[in-house]
Ligand binder design. Structure first.
Ligand code: ATP
Length: 299
């Protein structure tokens, strides 16, 4: 769906994106993450054809964006990081206005707006957009992004400034869009959301791609697995105690096997055995610190 080949963007002297190679497959949700100023928005804007790369090539739906961005745009929905609404229009007026820009026939537009506001759980269709809360405004901009039923969605921080419940709703809504066959590329700072929604994650640092892989593969190569065995024994043992039970924690599966064997041999009571994968946030922080240290060591 999207292919970036050796894409670089410099603003005056500053390099915002450096030699970026990235592919987004049809029907997947790809998360683009990185620190403030890492180059996420610049990358999204180049993919959309809003700004031109300094060098390199971008293809969207097999079309070269340097030549065919106008054609491609009809299939793309873009949610900018910040998107002011027209405060003196009602939600319906605002969405009808954009339907006209997209040249949707009136009856089709009315049905589409009904459908979108229903699925986004936004009943405030007759209220002025200027009177809406931040979460409601974000839902209106998401509805606007989807009006023309795009195949590809480019979302710059879709959950920015939203409360946990609205964020959770939006995350599930995006999952339902993937199920409808849409391809989604999003940038986000909330790594918990990224981890729970994205099929693959690309990490940018200072404009460079550090990692691009599935969550499972990232956890396998960069994370760790923590095991916890909780058991009860009516005798004094050399294990950590918690709530009247003994707890054994390790990252080594063979040690788990020996403790389980001991529990079984002594007929102690196994209370719980759990495995915890590193969260994306932990992996990200560790990766950023390591790359920073490497940079310092080589400079
Ligand atoms: P954030 O998470 O804060 O939104 P980002 O990862 O989206 O950051 P970009 O907005 O792409 O980062 O910015 C990347 C770099 O390019 C930054 O150093 C920024 O200052 C610079 N930059 C972005 N837009 C411009 C511009 N129009 N003119 C000059 N420099 C710019």
């Amino acid at each position: 769906m999207i292919e970036l080949k050796n894409v670089t963007k410099s603003y005056h002297q500053a390099l915002a994106v450096k030699d970026l190679n990235l592919t987004v497959e049809d029907g997947e949700i790809m998360g683009l993450i990185g620190h403030n100023g890492a180059g996420k928005s610049t990358t999204l804007k180049m993919i959309l054809g809003l700004i031109e790369p300094t060098s390199g090539q971008i293809e969207v739906m097999g079309r070269d964006m340097a030549k065919e961005s106008v054609y491609v745009k009809q299939f793309v929905g873009y949610l900018p990081e910040e998107s002011p609404l027209y405060a003196n229009m009602t939600v319906t007026e605002y969405l009808m206005f954009f339907s006209e820009i997209y040249k949707l026939p009136k009856r089709k537009a009315v049905a589409r707006i009904d459908d979108l506001l229903g699925s986004l759980k936004l009943p405030e269709r007759d209220r002025l957009t200027g009177e809406l809360s931040k979460g409601m405004k974000r839902k209106v901009t998401i509805a606007r992004t989807l009006l023309h039923n795009p195949t590809l969605l480019i979302l710059d921080e879709p959950n920015s400034g939203l409360d946990p419940l609205t964020s959770f709703f939006i995350i599930n809504y995006l999952k339902s869009l993937r199920e409808q066959g849409k391809t989604i590329l999003l940038s986000a700072h909330n790594l918990f959301h990224v981890e729970h929604i994205c099929d693959r994650v690309a990490i940018l640092k200072d404009g460079e791609l550090v990692v691009c892989d599935s969550m499972k593969a990232i956890q396998k190569s960069l994370g760790r697995r923590d095991y916890q065995v909780v058991f009860y024994a009516d005798e004094k043992l050399d294990y950590e105690r918690e709530d009247g039970n003994y707890v054994f924690r390790t990252t080594d599966i063979s040690q788990v096997a020996s403790v389980l064997e001991r529990i079984s041999e002594n007929e102690w009571a196994l209370v719980n055995l759990s495995v915890r994968e590193s969260a994306l946030e932990e992996i990200y922080v560790k990766l950023m610190m390591e790359t920073e240290q490497q940079k310092e060591a080589t400079s």
